[in-house]
Design a protein around this ligand. Sequence first.
Ligand code: HEM
Length: 153
Amino acid sequence: MKVAILPTISTSFIVISAVLVAIGWYHIVNGRQKQHQTLMLWGAGFALAFFLIYASRTVFVGNTSFGGPEDLKLAYHLFLFFHIALATAAGVFGIITLVLAFNKKFARHKKIGRWTAVMWLLTAPTGVVVYVLLYLLYPGGETKPMIDAILGV
Ligand code: HEM
C-alpha cells in the first residue's frame, strides 16, 4: 500500500492543533492565562506547520483527486468545500484573535476567540473525514502538479 506520507503528517498536525486549542480553552475558562497562552501558541504553531506542508505540497506535488465511486463525487466535493471554507475562515480569525491578544484587547479577543476555537474544532474532524475518504477508504486518484500546470510542462 502506498503511504501518502505528507497528507498523513499534515492531517495529524490539524488534529494535534485542535486538541491543544481545546485544552487551551479549558485553561482560560478556569482562569489560567499563562497555560492558555502557551497552549494556544503551540496550537497556532501546529496549524501553521499544517498549512506550510499543505501549501508546499499543492505547489510542488499537486492535489490528489477523489478516487472513490462516481456517485459519491458530488457529496465529496461539497464536503471538501465546506472543510476548506471552515479552515480558511479559522485561519483568518486565528490571526485576528492572536493580534487582539498581543494588543491586550482581551474583551474582543474573548468574543472572536470563541468563534475561532469553534471553527478550528470543526475544521479538524472534517479534515480527518476528507483524509479518510481521499487516502484510506478509496485509492487516491491522479495527482496533478500545479507548477507543471503553470509552466505548461
Ligand atoms: C489563536 C489563539 C487563541 C485562541 C483561539 C484563543 C481563544 C480564546 C477564547 C475562546 C477565550 C474565551 C474563553 C471563554 O471565556 O470562553 C479566550 C480568552 C482569553 N485569552 Fe485567548 N486565545 C488565543 C490566544 C491567546 C493568547 C496568545 C493570549 C495571551 C497573550 C490569550 C489571552 C487570553 C485572555 C487573557 C483571555 C481572557 C479574556 C477575558 O476573560 O476577558 N489568548 N481566548
